[in-house]
Design a protein around this ligand. Structure first.
Ligand code: SIN
Ligand code: FE2
Length: 222
């Protein structure tokens, strides 16, 4: 057995603190380290998804190339076109369905939703964002989904990020929340449409994930 993989497994577990749930809004939480015990099962599946539908930089309807690269898995994937943002059953690069959502990813998302008070989460879309140092995500609402009954479940991997959690108006004050490898943020209910974004990622190399941050966002889109 590769001694490094065993080392990683133990270091992930050693890092894991007793589940800490931080409330960041009326129906929003950060579950610190929640994903760590899942990662040995999640990362190989994620790698397989990305081998099928690799990261790409999408161009917004306004003509800007997004600094985060993205991919998707699940029945629906989030895409940009000149017309706007939408969910599509096909990966536009390949004109093929997105890779299926691996059961272990779905399970993690459902468990985390439930730990944040949202039972019966049924995600059909997992957006995968990759941020290299300097990449960011400007303030936006997640509002391309058909309805907003289901929460958004967001898993952070790799380099830390400063997550901006705003209000219902773009101009509302934002809270700055540091998100680390293995943290899961969940927002839903009255907080479902709150503006959020990610500040530019600081340079660094994560011992497990390398010089990048990967974020998985699960939603019920269709
Ligand atoms: C997103 O809002 O789609 C991504 C959020 C994150 O990367 O933490
Ligand atoms: Fe978002």
């Amino acid at each position: 057995m590769d001694p490094h993989s065993t080392g990683d497994l133990f270091s992930d577990e050693a890092l894991q603190q007793p589940a800490r749930r931080e409330q960041i809004g009326e129906q929003s939480y950060v579950l610190r380290g929640y994903a760590l015990p899942w990662l040995e099962r999640v990362l190989p599946e994620l790698r397989a998804v990305l081998a099928q539908s690799p990261f790409r930089h999408m161009v917004t309807p306004g003509g800007f190339t997004m600094s985060a690269a993205l991919s998707s898995c699940g029945e629906l994937g989030w895409t940009t076109t000149t017309q706007g943002y939408r969910y599509s059953p096909l990966d536009p690069e390949r004109q093929q369905p997105w890779p299926g959502m691996p059961p272990i990813l779905r399970e993690l998302a459902i468990d985390a939703a439930s730990a944040a008070g949202f039972d019966a989460f049924a995600p059909d879309a997992c957006l995968i964002n990759r941020y290299v140092p300097g990449a960011r995500m400007s303030l936006h609402q997640d509002k391309n989904e058909r309805n907003y009954n289901a929460p958004v479940v967001s898993v952070s991997l790799g380099l830390p990020a400063v997550f901006l959690f705003g209000g219902h108006q773009r101009s509302d004050k934002t809270q700055k929340i540091s998100l680390f490898h293995g943290d899961v943020a969940v927002w839903g209910g009255v907080d479902r449409l709150r503006y959020h974004g990610v500040q530019p990622i600081k340079p660094g190399v994560h011992p497990r994930m390398g010089p990048q941050r990967i974020n998985l966002t699960f939603r019920t889109a269709g």
